[in-house]
Design a protein around this ligand. Structure first.
Ligand code: ADP
Ligand code: ZN
Length: 739
């Protein structure tokens, strides 16, 4: 009796069929296979191997293995099934995230180079003959003799000549072969080795707790490391990683976005430069070939440390001992396309499946994670002091409403206090970071007489003026328009710009501080490869005095000479129509303030705002995480928001407004029938972003104590309710982006 493989067929139909395994094939769960399907061939992923099948007809044999080894481990298959159930996403779609196209694709291959090696040494007199008569051939043989291993033909230098090589091969002295070449994403970089720092008492205690978890057996509680900015969390990650390696276990480190954490990656590469072959990096900027190579280095066990953005949670690491999630509160861990998973939450689930230790770190933990420590599900450890003996910066809040009055109607961008402070820092040859969470030149174009605002034709948001290319740009869909001379609504030429973004702030900073060297970092200035890295390098080398940027510069950067951080408009994230707006603002302000005074010199933070008394700003000002969570949790509890409930967002979008709305209303009616106990079903409403990419958007929120109950009820209704072809309905469990 042949063994049976249950195969999940590639494609949207979510089919699982059993196939008999030919004797000569070694098929394991996670293998990619080719199978006959009706009268054609298809490919699929093996989910399980069984002794028998429930199918009552005779099974067909699977044809062949696409690749000899399984691409995922059995526990990653289990994780995929968990994701499918929890987020209500078809398993096939989940598997496509777990095994990305560049890995499963049959087109991807190892990169090889032609090389030659010695197969038989000629006799002495033949060698002498060659030395006289065929210098090239003689040279090649001598090189190969010294090397004792294959040499790529391109590295034979002047000696390489195809006729000489051919002649040597014909005489049977050398043979051709192929050498595998690793496509190393960081091949052009050198990392200066760093050594472990002696830990302070708090750090040592944390490492001790992580080490205990590492060497204990059985299921483990995740550990939340709440450490203020600059408290030496990264140093703890580094030493915990070493501890895991010493126990023979492997490690995954997740960072929110590689571009936001260049320094963290560099610090890992530097610390482990003695075993740089064992470090792999996975992120979205890799080429297909680089990703393919890194993946296989991980799967084969060659790479033992994996650093990556959220999708690295699916790295096929074997013998996983530790997963570290840096800046666990970051929304970037949430994937916004199906499967809409949260990588930090998956780390915890994968940790349970593989009984590995989990370390979640942040200066501003999410309320979800914090609440889990309160419930005793996670352990909480803290770092309360800055590691290098520095103290937290002094923070001042400037009321911009008063400033606007002082500056007589002109839009106040830089307050007097901030200007004087920057001047002083420049004089003392110290550096300044200026933070503004909006890119572009001006926010929008508005006509004062009629109030008309120029909006995107495809999205219901104002277009943003970008001066560099004299264009109005939509920050949602990228649509560009030329700047009108007069109001398209009332024809008044008085139309003018309101608000400001980083591009305008840069102009102003250069004008106010004419001798200062100012650089800007945002998605507009970092499109070119290496732009971010180069700017940060120049800033470190003190070739830049003022670094201005969006949230790209808010976290993770460690520049000891920065003594002042200015926040230009702290209210931007507060205005978002989202119950997490306060939390986001608190996190952003705390993180950006943490860039100041990380060296020997005291730091200062100046926050400009029009709502100086908002709790998020005041708690951030006093570095009071506990005060913030206590008050925020009170509110969330009272209004049944996460972390006290789970939340699902149901979105219907269509280019046909009525149909989108009607579809959502229908779904709402059906959801209301047999609504499971304790679920709060919100009304269907237009999304805060009412139109995007030419599609009208309607949404409703559901909240309940159990995410699976939400997800099941939603999916039952969605499956039973046909929707018009031109309406797209999506569900987002534990949603972060609230439309
Ligand atoms: P975090 O990750 O919490 O923001 P870092 O790990 O970046 O903190 O540490 C902040 C600074 O303190 C870094 O410059 C780091 O080199 C230094 N540092 C960390 N741990 C120690 C230590 N035990 N002794 C001295 N300096 C330390
Ligand atoms: Zn648009």
């Amino acid at each position: 009796m042949p063994l049976i493989a249950s195969v999940l067929i590639d494609g949207p139909s979510e089919l699982v069929f059993d196939y008999a395994i030919p004797d000569e094939l070694k098929v394991l769960p996670g293998c990619r296979v080719r199978i006959p399907l009706r009268n054609r061939h298809s490919t699929g992923t093996v989910l399980r191997i069984q002794e028998s099948s429930e199918a009552d007809f005779s099974l067909r044999y699977l044809t062949e293995l696409v690749m000899n080894e399984p691409l995922v481990t059995p526990s990653l298959l289990k994780l995929a099934e968990w994701i499918s159930g929890y987020y209500g996403t078809p398993l096939e779609q989940v598997i496509r995230s777990v095994i990305p196209g560049s890995i499963r694709g049959e087109k991807s291959k190892d990169k090889t180079r032609k090389a030659v090696l010695i197969s038989k040494l000629p006799a002495d007199e033949e060698l002498q003959h060659l030395a006289k008569r065929a210098k090239r051939q003689h040279q090649i043989l001598s090189l190969l003799q010294v090397a004792a291993s294959p040499i790529p033909i391109t590295e034979l230098g002047g000696a390489s000549s195809s006729s000489a090589l051919k002649a040597l091969a014909q005489k049977g002295w050398i043979q051709f072969t192929e050498l595998k070449v690793r496509r190393d994403p960081d091949a052009n970089e050198t990392f200066i080795a760093s050594t472990d720092l002696p830990l302070n008492e708090e750090q040592a205690e944390v490492l001790e707790i992580v080490s205990k978890s590492l060497s204990s057996s059985g299921p483990k509680k995740p550990i939340l490391l709440h450490g203020i900015t600059g408290s030496g969390k990264t140093e703890v990650y580094l030493q915990a990683t070493r501890a895991a390696l010493n126990l023979g276990k492997n490690v995954i480190i997740l960072v929110p976005e590689i571009s936001l954490a260049p320094q963290t990656v560099q610090r890992f590469k530097a610390r482990f430069s003695d075993i740089s072959e064992e470090v792999a990096v996975l992120h979205s900027h890799l080429s297909q070939g680089e990703r393919f190579d890194e993946w296989h280095r991980i799967r084969s066990g060659k790479a033992r440390i994996v650093i990556g953005a959220r999708s690295a949670i699916f790295a096929p690491v074997v013998n996983l001992g530790l997963m570290i999630v840096d800046e666990e509160h970051e929304p970037a861990y949430k994937q916004e396309n199906p499967p809409k998973y949260h990588a930090r939450d998956l780390a915890v689930v994968r940790g349970q499946l593989e009984e590995c230790s989990i370390l979640l770190g942040s200066a501003t933990p999410s309320l979800e994670t914090y609440q889990n420590t309160q419930l005793g599900k996670y352990d909480l450890v803290q770092l309360t002091q800055r590691a290098d003996g520095a103290s937290l910066p002094l923070t001042r809040v400037v009321d911009m409403r008063l400033e606007a009055r002082k500056q007589k109607g002109r839009e106040a961008i830089i307050s007097d206090i901030l200007r004087t402070s920057i001047d002083k820092r420049l004089e003392d040859k110290e550096q300044v970071i200026v933070f503004l969470n909006r890119r572009g030149f001006a926010r929008s174009l508005q006509c004062p007489p009629c109030g008309h605002v120029i909006e995107c034709n495809h999205c219901a948001i104002p277009l943003t003026y970008h001066r560099a290319d004299e264009r109005l740009v939509c920050h949602i869909c990228g649509h560009q328009a030329i700047v009108p001379r007069q109001c398209p609504n009332c024809k008044d030429p008085a139309i003018r710009f309101q608000g400001y973004g980083t591009e305008k702030a840069e102009t102003i900073l250069k004008k106010v501080f004419p001798t200062a060297r100012v650089a800007r970092l945002d998605t507009d200035t970092t499109r070119r490869k290496n732009a971010l890295r180069n700017t940060l390098r120049d800033f470190r080398a003190k070739k830049i005095d003022i670094l201005l940027g969006t949230q790209m510069i808010a976290k993770g950067l460690d520049f000891p000479n920065v003594t002042l951080v200015g926040v230009l408009n702290a209210d931007l994230s507060l205005y978002a129509p989202d119950f997490r707006a306060g939390e986001r603002t608190f996190q952003l302000l705390t993180q950006v303030a943490g860039r100041a005074g990380r060296g020997q010199m005291a730091g200062e933070v100046i926050i400009q705002t029009s709502t100086p008394h908002s709790p998020s700003i005041q708690f951030a000002r006093h570095h009071d995480f506990q005060g913030f969570v206590d008050q925020e949790c009170e509110l969330r509890k009272q209004f049944h928001y996460p972390p006290f409930t789970h939340l699902a967002l149901l979105l219907a979008r269509s280019s046909h407004e009525r149909r989108a709305e009607f579809t959502l209303q229908t779904l709402h009616r059906k959801l209301a029938q047999n609504l499971p106990k304790q679920i709060i079903l919100g009304d269907p409403i237009p999304s805060p972003l009412t139109k995007s990419h030419s599609q009208f958007r309607f949404q409703l929120l559901m909240r309940g104590p159990n995410a699976r109950v939400l997800s099941q009820h939603l999916n039952e209704v969605l499956r039973a309710t046909p929707t018009p072809e031109d309406v797209i309905v999506t569900a987002d469990i534990d949603a972060y982006d609230l439309g």
